[in-house]
Design a protein around this ligand. Sequence first.
Ligand SMILES: [Mn+2]
Length: 363
Amino acid sequence: MHEKGILHQFDSIVKSFSKRDKIALIHDLDADGVSSGVIVYNSLKLLRGKAPDLVVTQSFKTVELLPKTISLLKKKKISKVIVVDFALDQQPESVKMTENLVDQILVIDHHKSYGKPGKKTFFLKAQLVSDLEPSTYPTSKLAFDLFSRHVNLEKWSWIACVGLIGDNQLEQWRGFIGRCAKDHDSSVEEFTQIMNIISAVEVLAPEKLNGLLKFYASCSSPRQMLSSRYAPYAEKLESEMASLMKKFEKEKQVFPDAQLVWFEFNAKHNIKSAIINSVSNESYPHYTVVFVQGKGDGFVSFSARRQDFKVKMNDILENAVKGFENAGAGGHVPAAAGRCKKKDLPELKRRIIRLLSGPPLKA
Ligand SMILES: [Mn+2]
């Protein structure tokens, strides 16, 4: 279907939203996921005079709707589901289970497409409506642009900026972000600080993200977020990151032939995504950077970054976990992540080094 057809379909879904629908909003946990959740939350409020009936913040980052989420949808008699900022199409099983309960699922996302798993589900991927590489068109801006076709969201344009910065897209969108900073008497620094607050709550107190999202939706200015009870988490995270950075400098392994920097560590909080972006952007933009974090539960989670788009991080990680039991991986070209059993880590590392050392992979 062409761009126009996709937008037309989106428009008719949006026009069908009414107060009588029982709508659930489900969002990814990072700054773009939370910010796009807020954009949709406030859009629904304007559109139908009522916020979503349910906001689900899942207990960990995943591309599926967890069994607990699905039973909650059932219990609350949800009729429509809106999912933002994760590739629900990567796990068709949970789509099918959810389709048995609800009338419609709308997914707004900018991860790669994995096919169309269900009849009642409409996937609005960034790449269907834009020529931009999808990782550079974060969901918060995509949702802002889409819902702006129906309601005036200028009051909350700063929230789209926070999501853009969270997904590492400040340069790509500098014009838009600069204009929004002016409109809201704010600055790139303030937007970045709000992004840091959300990331810090995601890492240090994920159980508070659901409350944060609703508070964030009620803010009429960036400064309200900056002076909120969530703000102190940013400082706490910063000091944890500083000590992890020292450990990185001491323990990192560099493989020049594979253009790879590899770092393994243990930590209680899920801190790796917060720190890998700065290492990748500032120190190793032309290398693949992989961080592996153990939490003592028999599994390791890992993130990969590469800023020059010369190697596809999502493909590398998806290939590297093939055949592993209880493992998964996915994401964007410059940024991807996954999880596997700790016992498979040595093989994972061998495979990644091999994949990076060989000729470029075909998509
Ligand atoms: Mn995103």
